[in-house]
Design a binder for this molecule. Structure first.
Ligand code: 0PR
Length: 352
């Protein structure tokens, strides 16, 4: 087996590790058209501002939120930081804490550090949040309870309604991180969105499964008063205040998110989900048949108990694969991942 050299910056032919994917052709075109626009200055760039409203409307449809509020962020990290920030600002405590499962993305650690909020993490069972464990960590200073809908490492969905109820009982907000899973979950039976539970904010990223160009994350909020917690006065701009974390922002991200969702919501995403899930199940079955223990796939992400040295060998053959924190092989079945890619990956795996 020859060493495969892949230096092209946008070659996804052997990428099994990424949670991003090449943008839809219309998203690519829209990104280019809006490259020089800045939705951070809505007075000047009106077209992209109108498009951002449209993006939020469609994200609202995807997450079953009528009259959605929110904006297109730089990614899931910004959306999660902002969710923690608004929860902190809204609460009346000098010692705020956020309670999340251990499986929460590391962006919550950034949020906690930046915002001087204590991050309390609860154990997981089968990689999912333990409701009792979360409940034990909640106290009167808890400003936000986090649930993950499509976890980064294992692609599993937390019991969102139970977590939302805990948050509600404690007078805290409930934030759901569906940064990766949000464009797959509408086609599943999972309970994860605004119609399933009294959640307050949600992260859902067009630049992942949504097939928009980077950067395009999404933050949704149940109502405007939540976002108002983020408002900073902008005296010399035409708009009176800004709720975003960054000032100048990518109009390319916004326009491409709208173009991708126009092209794909709902039917295109549904087809993608079906195809990705079939691939993930096929991969899981094949690895299982070779004696490997498998986690999932609950969403199109497969984890197998292959050792790290094996993973390094595969990397040397050009494959881009990743591992979980405990060293297992982790394969994300994104839209660019085809059955034939997986077949040749397994061929290399068996050969080794
Ligand atoms: N929330 C969840 C559940 C995520 O999986 C991620 C990113 C984030 C939030 C943060 O999103 P941004 O990276 O958009 O700020 N998950 C992947 C990770 O950090 C992102 C990724 C994307 C990794 C492309 C690799 C890659 O090639 O591992």
């Amino acid at each position: 087996m020859q060493q495969v050299q892949r230096d092209e910056p946008q070659d996804f032919e052997r990428v099994l590790s990424s949670m991003c994917t090449p943008p839809h052709p219309q998203a690519r075109e829209a990104a280019e058209r809006f490259l020089a626009t800045n939705p951070g200055d809505p007075g000047t760039y009106r077209t992209v501002t109108a498009l951002e409203r449209k993006a939020v409307e469609t994200l609202g449809q995807i997450a079953s939120l009528p009259d959605p509020e929110g904006y297109i962020t730089g990614g899931g990290t910004e959306a999660n930081i902002q969710a923690v920030r608004l929860a902190r600002n809204r609460a009346d405590t000098d010692t705020p804490n956020v309670v999340a499962p251990r499986s929460a993305h590391f962006s919550f650690r950034k949020a906690a550090e930046l915002l001087d909020v204590e991050l309390r993490t609860a154990p997981t069972t089968d990689h999912r949040a333990e409701v009792d464990g979360i409940a034990e960590l909640i106290d009167p200073d808890t400003v936000c309870v986090v649930g993950v809908a499509g976890s980064t490492e294992y692609g599993v969905v937390d019991p969102i309604p139970e977590l939302a109820e805990l948050a509600d009982d404690a007078g805290a907000l409930c934030h759901v991180d569906a940064a990766w899973g949000g464009f797959y979950l509408p086609f599943t039976d999972h309970e994860w969105d605004f119609s399933d539970a009294p959640i307050d904010t949600l992260t859902i990223d067009p630049h992942k499964v949504g097939q928009a160009a980077i950067p395009a994350g999404g933050l949704l909020a149940r109502d405007r008063t939540l976002l108002d917690e983020l408002a900073i006065d902008t005296p010399y701009l035409e708009s009176a205040s800004q709720i975003t974390l960054t000032g100048t922002r990518s109009g390319a991200g916004v326009a491409s998110a709208v173009a991708a969702m126009d092209a794909l919501w709902p039917r295109g995403y549904a087809e993608e989900y079906e195809r990705a899930m079939e691939n993930a199940e096929w991969l899981a079955d094949s690895l299982d048949a070779h004696g490997h223990e498998i986690v999932g796939p609950e969403l199109p992400l497969v984890v197998a108990d292959l050792s790290v040295p094996m993973t390094d060998e595969l990397r040397d053959r050009g494959w881009r694969v990743s591992k979980t924190g405990s060293g297992e092989l982790r394969i994300v079945c994104m839209p660019h991942v085809t059955r034939s890619m997986l077949r040749s990956f397994l061929a290399d795996l068996e050969w080794y």
